[in-house]
Design a protein. Structure first.
Length: 186
């Protein structure tokens, strides 16, 4: 998937950005794709805002260190996904969209381009599916307005079918461990 991921990102950059839904099953494939996304972005001069958990990011970091120098690694900015998605103690869509905007605006103010990778996780709360759908709708609008390239990653086993259907409505591309599908939602 490495080359397909790189080609997808290049195409999205030329077309003014895009919103990618990544539903993964295999952790090693996920880590490889996350690292590929980050490396491709840094090599093209962008900053990368990564929202990831503390269990996975060290594995991604090892792959990054094999391909990026110290200066390039400074372009990769990590926020713990629990801290990000539970910023005010719960998964509240409007608060999260505003927090996302604050984070990407810090780059815009410095005339720097940014790409985002967000691994969305939540507790066992049943209402989370509705909140996640609302969050993705708000983020999709921002991504489109700003011309960003943004990946929203979900562990496929944790995503109920109703939520997956909602997520598909708010993304242009669906990636799984095996393939890339253009959704034509624009």
């Amino acid at each position: 998937m490495d080359n397909n991921m790189k080609q997808l990102i290049e195409n999205m950059q030329q077309s003014g950005g895009g919103h990618i839904l990544y539903c993964f099953n295999e952790l090693e494939t996920y880590i490889e794709n996350e690292a590929t996304f980050i490396i491709a972005g840094v090599e093209q001069g962008d900053n990368i805002l990564v929202v990831e958990n503390d269990r996975i990011f060290p594995f991604v970091q090892k792959k990054l260190q094999l391909h990026l120098n110290e200066e390039q690694l400074k372009k990769v900015n990590l926020i713990n996904n629990f801290d990000f998605y539970c910023f005010h103690g719960d998964f509240h869509p409007s608060t999260l969209v505003h927090y996302f905007l604050e984070n990407i605006d810090s780059y815009s103010k410095q005339n720097q381009l940014v790409r985002t990778w967000g691994h969305v996780e939540w507790g066992q709360e049943d209402q989370a599916s509705v909140a996640i759908g609302e969050y993705e709708k708000g983020i999709d609008k921002l991504i489109t307005e700003r011309g960003l390239i943004s990946v929203c990653a979900y562990d496929d086993l944790r995503v109920p079918e109703t939520l997956k259907a909602d997520l598909i409505k708010h993304h242009e591309i669906l990636i799984t461990d095996e393939k890339i599908t253009i959704l034509n939602n624009r």
